[in-house]
Design a binder for this molecule. Structure first.
Ligand SMILES: [Zn+2]
Length: 204
C-alpha cells in the first residue's frame, strides 16, 4: 500500500517504525514536523521559506501586540512619508495653502513640523520627559521617536512604555491636526497629552 503512494527508497525507512500501540492512550494522529507541538502553523511554514533579513528598529517597535493595528499601520505610513499633509500632496501636484495648525505663527504643513518641530508637538514630546532637559527636542520626528526606543529600561513594563509612547504621541498629534484642519478645533498640548496618557493607561 505504501508503494502506491511513496517513492520506493523511503518505504523501508517507514516500515522500520513501530506502529503505535493500540492500547496506548496517545491517539494516532498526523503531526507537523516543523512545530514542537506537532500542529500545523502558517508561521512555521513562513519561517521555512522566508529569507531572514536584518531587524529594523522601526518594524520591531511599531508592530506590537499591545498597539492597535490602526496605529501600527499609521506609524508605517508616517515613517515612509505617506500621509496626506500639504508638503506631500504638493509633490503629487496638489497645490494649496501649507499652513500648520500647531503654532501661533503658522509654519508649514509637513510631517516633521506637525509631529515634532511645531509648538504643540514640541510641548507634547517635552511633557513626557522624565527629567527636565532629558532629551534635546530634535527637529525630525524619526529622531524624536528613536530617542525613546533606545532609552534603557529597568524592567519589561518600562520597556513597553518606551516602545508604545512615541506611537501614541504621533497618533494623537495626527488626530489633533485633522480635527483642527477639518473641524476648525485647535487642541492644546495638555489636551493631546491627556489623550496619550489615557491610551497608555489602557494598554498597561
Ligand atoms: Zn506649527
Amino acid at each position: 500500500m505504501l508503494l502506491q503512494w511513496l517513492p520506493e527508497s523511503i518505504v523501508p525507512m517507514i516500515l522500520q517504525i513501530t506502529p503505535p500501540d493500540v492500547y496506548s492512550k496517545q491517539p494516532d494522529r498526523m503531526v507537523w514536523d516543523l512545530d514542537i507541538s506537532g500542529s500545523f502553523s502558517i508561521s512555521s511554514v513562513y519561517n521555512l521559506v522566508r529569507k531572514v533579513s536584518n531587524i529594523s528598529i522601526f518594524s520591531s517597535n511599531i508592530w506590537l501586540t499591545a498597539l492597535p493595528a490602526k496605529i501600527s499601520f499609521f506609524m508605517m505610513r508616517m515613517s515612509s512619508g505617506r500621509l496626506s499633509v500639504m508638503e506631500v500632496l504638493q509633490r503629487w501636484g496638489v497645490c494649496g495653502p501649507s499652513r500648520c495648525t500647531c503654532c501661533e505663527n503658522p509654519g508649514v504643513d509637513s510631517i516633521d513640523h506637525i509631529f515634532c518641530a511645531g509648538d504643540v508637538p514640541r510641548q507634547v514630546w517635552e511633557s513626557f520627559q522624565v527629567e527636565i532637559g532629558d532629551f534635546a527636542t530634535p527637529s525630525m520626528v524619526k529622531h524624536a521617536v528613536i530617542q525613546w526606543w533606545l532609552r534603557p529600561a529597568k524592567n519589561k513594563w518600562l520597556r513597553l512604555v518606551y516602545q508604545v509612547l512615541p506611537s501614541l504621541i504621533c497618533w494623537h498629534l495626527w488626530k489633533a491636526r485633522n480635527v483642527a484642519v477639518w473641524e476648525g478645533k485647535v487642541l492644546s498640548a495638555m489636551q493631546v497629552h491627556g489623550f496619550v496618557l489615557s491610551d497608555l493607561c489602557d494598554i498597561l
